[in-house]
Design a protein around this ligand. Structure first.
Ligand SMILES: Nc1nc2c(ncn2[C@@H]2O[C@H](COP(=O)(O)OP(=O)(O)OP(=O)(O)O)[C@@H](O)[C@H]2O)c(=O)[nH]1
Ligand SMILES: [Mg+2]
Length: 356
């Protein structure tokens, strides 16, 4: 399965949440969408379209961008249901409406409006607008600044498994990787990453249950520097006795890394579970205040209809989304690309079809 198909599959629930009220567009279907036009009109157009490419796998899937449409009110309601937030939902609808009035198809109008919100990087947004091809971003490696990436987030969001997947990702791209299993609070929390490290052949600094996570992080950062590994991922606890304790401990871990390796960690990535939606956004703000986040990884998009949470992450937190998780396997942790995300969400083909 291609990475784009994985992405499309992983976003299925959010797509359903978003397009439940979708219906075939009233205008006559263009010639290349005969298949779509021939479908019974009561079939849910977007979901049915997802199964179409297998039936005509020998011919490239035609663009289906003009085949469905929704009432603006239904769209706004659906966006809010997908955890986009009321203010951003209204903006998306207003933007899409404006585009639609210029004669653009409904789906393409929505694609543009969503992408405008999701491309937090204004420079990339400008380049895209003037026609630069920013596709294939998923093929390019996500380059962390510096060498040490501290990974934070509340318990259960997927920090430890995400670190294991990141280890595989960077190994695949030829980087030497090390792990620090800094979750010494939870019983066997540190050992869990140790097992992954062993499986992947990644040296992992582990600590005894209840030992000082700062000491684990210090040792690992010093060892990384001495051995010259390209990257060190530092796992952290997701829960302590209180939130206050957790934030204080994370600050300490960060400070201690800097003692072992000045100027590090250059990256602090927050892992956020898409299922937590708007609550996760509040958590993110607290982590940001405490340890200064440099990026976000959104996991479990496959398990929720609330994938719209990426919009407020991009717009309100103004933090780059580095990777997204659309399933449990290693390949399901994907570098984030706003354009691919929107196209997968709207069930558009992976690549922008050549324009006449
Ligand atoms: N479906 C799905 N499951 C995921 C994804 N990412 C992580 N998980 C699962 O989430 C569960 C929790 O993952 P952990 O990595 O243990 O989470 P954690 O944040 O380290 O948890 P604590 O150590 O308790 O704070 C595991 O069963 C993972 O397989 C994803 O993108 N999709
Ligand atoms: Mg963990």
């Amino acid at each position: 399965m291609s990475w784009f198909d994985r992405l499309r599959r992983g976003l299925g629930r959010t797509r359903e949440a978003l397009t439940g009220e979708a219906r075939p567009a009233p205008e006559p279907a263009p010639a290349e969408t005969v298949d779509d036009a021939a479908r019974p009109s009561d079939a849910a157009p977007v979901r049915a379209a997802g199964s179409a490419p297998t039936a005509r796998s020998t011919t490239p899937a035609p663009p289906r961008r003009s085949v469905w449409e929704m009432d603006w009110d239904d769209l706004e309601f659906a966006l809010i249901g997908a955890d986009v937030g009321a203010r951003i939902a209204a903006e998306v609808v207003a933007e899409a409406k404006k585009e639609r009035e210029r004669g653009t198809s409904f789906v393409e109008s929505l694609e543009k409006a969503l992408l405008d919100q999701l491309e937090a990087d204004r420079m990339r947004q400008k380049l895209r607008r003037v026609g630069f091809d920013l596709r294939n971003v998923a093929d390019k490696i996500v380059e962390p600044a510096g060498h040490v990436v501290m990974v934070v987030g509340v318990n259960g969001v997927g920090k430890t498994t995400t670190i294991a997947k990141l280890g595989q990702y960077y190994q695949r791209h030829g980087r030497s990787v090390a792990f620090a299993a800094g979750d010494t609070f939870r019983a066997a929390g540190s050992a869990q990453l140790g097992v992954w490290g062993e499986r992947l052949g990644i040296p992992t600094q582990v600590g005894a249950d209840g030992s000082d996570p700062g000491a684990v992080a210090y040792e690992a950062a010093a060892a990384r520097r001495a051995r010259g590994h390209d990257l060190l991922f530092v796992d952290t606890a997701g829960r302590l006795h209180t939130q206050h304790n957790l934030m204080e401990e994370l600050k300490k871990v960060k400070r201690v890394i800097g003692k072992a390796d000045p100027d590090e960690p250059k990256e602090v990535w927050l892992v956020m579970d898409a299922v937590t939606g708007q609550n996760g956004l509040q958590q993110a703000k607290r982590f940001h205040e405490a340890v200064g986040l440099t990026g976000v990884i959104v996991t479990k998009l496959d398990g929720t209809g609330k994938g719209g949470i990426l919009l407020p992450i991009a717009r309100e937190l103004r933090l780059p989304i580095k990777f997204i998780g659309v399933g449990e396997s290693a390949e399901d942790l994907q570098p984030y690309d706003a354009a691919a995300f929107v196209r997968a969400l709207l069930d558009l083909p992976a690549e922008e079809p050549a324009r006449a």
